[in-house]
Design a protein around this ligand. Structure first.
Ligand code: NAD
Ligand code: MG
Length: 298
């Protein structure tokens, strides 16, 4: 089946042959080791110049949703800085190669989003090397399941909040002095913000926070011409899920609960980020775009 975004397609059948497998990996995991392979749009995403000359920073840009977004951004004409953990160099280098083939200037910044200094330097180094910044995608995230609150250790709770929330705050704050009118900020939240799983207490709480942060900051920045929005993915096939993002026994039916009856692929997320990054969404502010296979949201 043809999978590019211009071909008339039945979304029920699209990717329905890709069955999730347990294939456990150590956090943070690699797309290179994901079985079956995820579709990041490498062979299919076709750009139309919607981000020509734009300068983007994407956290978690090495794999999954962030990598699919990076590929789409580069093919739409943007230069891209990728943030990821040092253990993910292999994935990051593969994605950087794909972006360079598309003609993009690419920066790779390994480091830990839990460190404020790294987040602040990530922004300043991106601005210096790209000659500015006008798209920020706060997408890096941590998700570790836990079945009983009494065994949810304080360190995990803190790390999940620091990675998913504090880093977004630090990066956004550091970026603001550099963002011109017309710039866009996109935060990755989740369907977990409204339909929290019992096994994802800390993670779901961060995702609700990200939604509220997005809608509050969006109102502050709109008069300056800076638009802030969020994307809320449903169950998407990425390394996050096989690195204890889910109890292993739940992985085999991953995504079946959606009205489409299947998990989504990162390539199905990228167009949402392109839309919110580009000028075509000029009147869309403080919105959460749900890309979740049809699960109802508030
Ligand atoms: P992924 O594992 O491919 O991406 C997550 C990335 O976060 C990693 O690649 C890593 O580079 C980065 N990261 C995590 N901890 C970090 C740290 N301490 N320092 C630096 N980088 C760090 O998985 P994904 O599913 O593409 O995740 C991207 C975003 O999508 C996350 O915010 C996740 O919560 C969100 N999300 C995913 C799903 C899903 O089903 N996969 C659903 C809803 C939301
Ligand atoms: Mg990764």
């Amino acid at each position: 089946m043809s999978r590019d975004q211009y071909t008339f397609t039945n979304p029920v059948e699209l990717y329905s042959e890709i069955e999730p497998q347990k294939g456990h990996q150590q956090e943070p995991g690699l797309d290179a080791d994901l079985t079956p392979k995820a579709d990041l749009g490498e062979d299919t995403y076709r750009g139309t110049g919607r981000l020509t000359g734009r300068k983007a920073l994407i956290t978690g840009g090495d794999s999954g949703i962030g990598a699919a977004t990076a590929i789409a951004f580069a093919r739409e004409g943007a230069d891209v800085a990728l943030s990821y953990l040092p253990e993910e160099e292999e994935d990051a280098q593969r994605i950087a190669g794909i972006l360079r083939e598309a003609g993009a200037t690419v920066l790779t910044f390994p480091g830990d989003l839990k460190q404020k200094d790294y987040c602040v330097e990530l922004v300043s180094k991106t601005v210096d090397a790209l000659g500015g910044l006008d798209i920020v995608v706060n997408n890096g995230g941590k998700q570790i399941y836990n079945e009983d609150l009494t065994t949810l250790d304080d360190q995990q709770f803190d790390d999940t909040f620091t990675t998913n929330v504090d880093a977004m705050f630090w990066i956004t704050k550091a970026a603001l002095p550099h963002l011109p009118a017309g710039a866009t900020i996109i935060n990755t939240t989740s369907v977990q913000a409204y339909s929290p799983s019992e096994t994802l207490v800390d993670y779901a709480s961060t995702k609700a926070t990200i939604n509220a942060f997005t809608k509050a900051v969006a109102q502050q920045l709109a008069p300056k011409g800076i638009r802030v929005n969020a994307v809320a993915p449903g169950p998407i096939w990425t390394p996050l899920q096989v690195t204890d993002g889910q109890p292993p026994e739940k992985l085999e039916s991953f995504g079946e609960e959606t009205p489409l009856g299947r998990m989504g692929q990162p390539a199905e997320l990228a167009p949402a980020y392109v839309f919110l990054a580009s000028a075509e969404s000029s009147y869309v502010i403080g919105e959460t775009l749900n890309v979740n296979g049809g699960m109802p949201t508030p």
